[in-house]
Design a protein around this ligand. Sequence first.
Ligand code: G3I
Length: 380
Amino acid sequence: MRLLPLVAALPLASGQLNKWAQKAGLKYYGSATDTPGFRERQPYAAAYAKYDAIFANNDEFGQTTPTNGQKWMFIEPEPGVFNFTEGDVVADLAKQQGKLLRCHALVWHSQLAPWVENTTWTPEELKAVIKRHIFGVASYYKGRCYAWDVVNEALDEDGTYRKSVFYKVLGEEYLKLAFQWAAEADPTAKLYYNDYGIERPASNKTAGAKRLVKMILDAGVRVDGVGMQAHLHADNHPTMADHMNTMQQYAALGVSELAFTELDVRIKTPGVNDTKLAWQADSYAAVAEACVRVPQCVGITIWDFYDPFSWIPAVFPDNHAAGLWFEDFTKHPAYDAIINVFKKFDNRKEIGDKPKPADDCKEGKGKDAKGKARRRSWRY
Ligand code: G3I
């Protein structure tokens, strides 16, 4: 009798992040992933089979985001010439595996096609360029994206507008137009403003993100969510209370969703030790618990789970080990810390979009703008 294929066909017993996140009331725990061959350290092709098996397990990751493939430089490399090859790799994977897909990113100053930056535009010309891009991309993926990061990183470190080509030519009008066109191109996708460094309650950049989102909403344009990238530092990270306070400020603007969209927690070199890993575990756990406790927070995406495929060491060479799986595929202590947070909340909240009417949901408060009951109604 050949037992091996049968054993191999069984689901991995270790896959738990998404399973426990959903039991605690979140929509998903997910991981971004890149196109094979593009992954940060290509010599690691030998690790792909193990990596892919972990990624494929929906009990581990119920959602994904293409790390690079949907960015402007790949998807519209020449004016009006669209190439969906890279974006489709991860979008197709999500479909095959039944994962939610967050789409990333329509308007961003970085990884922009050089022709956008190298041309001197009139305002009307640049508006037409942005419109063509958003309609070209968001219409192509229409119905497949749970959410779109419509505008990414429009703020400078001090919370003022980043002086991108979009801002220099169009001022803040481009923000309103981008959300308006995304809403027209894919009416069912949740539309997010996404940025890094907007996780702390009293920072200038958090204030800037609030101003930006309020400005768009005040113009009568739909913004559904704020995406907190959360590229965090193990030795100086926001507490759970910080995350909750910040999210409550965004929710007060009237957005219906919040998400941690690119979570990783970098550790300073050299090496790792128990202290650094404990700080990192605290940071990952703080994000998990804050997301469970704030009703609008729908889920958490880590910006790749396997350390060799993380962007951190390439950009910050004195930092590393920001993910949840070490190079040898053993897990960081943060993994169990996250699971333990979710286990505390097991069965305390309804799962997915099915609120229990009996919960302590106050009239009006548990409903969104359309009067639809929100996902969760537990109050703290
Ligand atoms: O295209 C080449 C490919 O041909 C080559 O084989 C490969 C191997 O080195 O490199 C590829 O280019 C890389 C590109 O990602 C695509 O994989 C670049 O070197 C690399 O610098 C680039 O980095 C990406 C970075 O955005 C660029 O800013 C990271 O993978 C990606 O994780 C990162 O993601 C951003 C989010 O989109 C927005 N928020 C910040 C976050 C981190 O920077």
